[in-house]
Design a protein around this ligand. Structure first.
Ligand code: GLU
Length: 304
């Protein structure tokens, strides 16, 4: 089987335990299938980025033994490919310019389509929106969450290029997954509702391409039920505790890893985890409480 997976962090801060679980699941799934694993830094939105975060992410992954194949892909260097894709969508009439402001859209859960027949204020800054086909329903069998059925009408027309000229996540991710021959997406369930748009974009950009294989993982939440994130002050990973962290992430992924394995050197633990990887053991839930996982027991110094 041809397998190309990827991990695609946004460099808005250092990796935390939630991002480690995603990175590890995607890495193990790729390695278990003798696949390639790409690393893509999603640095599309400079104001959201933290200086030095990309470099820290790379060093953390290396320290944990999660090595990637080929050069790191930086979305900030891929504008030309996104412009080409937008051009292709424009030529086919699959996107339209939209002048709507946040204020005008207040209270609308999905885009009401005001600019579908032409921008309401053509002289104002314009975004580009995908005209989703309201007749279509995106269906796929997610390897973790099971059969999914999402009518595109309920998703609405999504922005593919922002008014401020920045490329939107949905376009960039689809263009890149396609361009780098990605076959398998293993990522957090918080992106499940982006999948219908990405499947629709894939259809428009490459009508003959096979759908990606999707696996959406439960996300790790704090005691208040919030996804671990920089905003919720999730601490950066302490890579001196690499085996403890990997062990804990394996428990989160419901892998039957014996507790004594946390004593192994990180490389050995990862080798075992690749061999015994069972993606089907991951629970089809939306979230896992971090506090339900075993604490890191060793002190940092015992691993140095
Ligand atoms: N950059 C996204 C994030 O950090 C992930 C994108 C993806 O995996 O499709 O949440």
């Amino acid at each position: 089987m041809v397998y190309v997976g990827r991990f695609a962090p946004t460099p808005s801060g250092p990796l935390h335990f939630g991002s480690l679980v995603t990175a590890l699941a995607s890495w193990l799934d790729a390695r278990h299938h003798q696949g390639r694993w790409l690393l893509r830094i999603e640095d599309l939105d400079p104001p959201r980025e933290e200086p030095g975060a990309s470099e820290r992410i790379l060093r953390t992954l290396e320290a944990l033994g999660l090595t990637w194949d080929g050069p790191v892909i930086y979305q900030s260097q891929r504008s030309e490919a996104y412009a080409q894709a937008l051009d292709q969508l424009q030529q086919k009439g699959e996107v339209y310019p939209c002048s709507c402001t946040r204020k005008e859209l207040q209270g609308s859960r999905i885009y009401p389509g005001y600019c579908r027949q032409g921008p309401c204020h053509p002289d104002q800054p314009l975004a580009w929106r995908l005209a989703v086909d309201p007749q279509l329903t995106a269906t796929w069998t997610d390897r973790i969450q099971g059969f999914q059925q999402w009518p595109l009408q309920a998703a609405g027309d999504v922005v593919v290029k922002r008014k401020d000229g920045l490329w939107a996540y949905q376009l960039a991710v689809t263009v890149d997954d396609l361009a780098f021959d990605v076959t398998h997406l293993v990522r957090g369930i918080d992106l499940l509702d982006s999948t219908p748009w990405q499947m629709n974009l894939l259809r428009y950009l490459a009508p003959d391409a096979a759908d990606f294989d999707y696996a959406h993982l439960p996300v790790i939440v704090n005691a208040e039920g919030q996804k671990l994130s920089k905003q919720n002050l999730a601490p950066a990973l302490d890579t001196r505790q690499s085996s403890e962290l990997i062990y804990r992430a394996l428990v989160a992924l419901n892998q039957p890893v014996p507790p004594e394995c946390r004593q192994l050197p990180c490389e050995e633990l990862l080798d075992l985890a690749v061999r015994h990887w069972q993606a089907e053991a991951i629970p089809g839930k939306t979230h896992i409480y971090e506090e339900s996982l075993p604490p890191c027991t060793s002190t940092a110094s015992s691993w140095s």
